[in-house]
Design a protein around this ligand. Sequence first.
Ligand SMILES: [Zn+2]
Length: 170
Amino acid sequence: MDILRSPWRYDYVASARKPRACVFCTDASVPAGGPARGDDRERLILHRADLCFVIMNLYPYTSGHLMVAPYRHVGTLDAAGADELAEMMRLAKRSAAILGEAYRPDGFNIGMNVGECAGAGVRDHVHLHVVPRWSGDANFMTTTGETRVLPEDIRDGYRKLRPLFEREAG
Ligand SMILES: [Zn+2]
């Protein structure tokens, strides 16, 4: 699938050629530590809660496509704790509220792909997608052209959303 107007696409293609650490963990050698602090802007992390964090999807389906993941590198719902799952859902609710304010979508897809056959891009670190949708947003392009239209640069999205998460922090 091609992506139109995606200047960050080249970085993905280039980085895909070499082994990478888990995208939800800065360093695979410290899987329980979560992403290193201090590089939130670089890594598109919008918010850190006690057990989980909110991060923008670098390869979004629509503008404002966020993901919620636990700090712990766990690959299945069984391996995640009840407290982690509860916080993931709380953060998904809050993310949807903030996205609703920032983007005025008509609806959301909120869900999880578990396992490669189900479409999970990252198989071994569970994450919950929060995807704003607009009536008729991608139907035409997706079904006819295998092409997604992204109207907003992801860095612009980060600059828009980060203050909203900071405002509601605590
Ligand atoms: Zn991980």
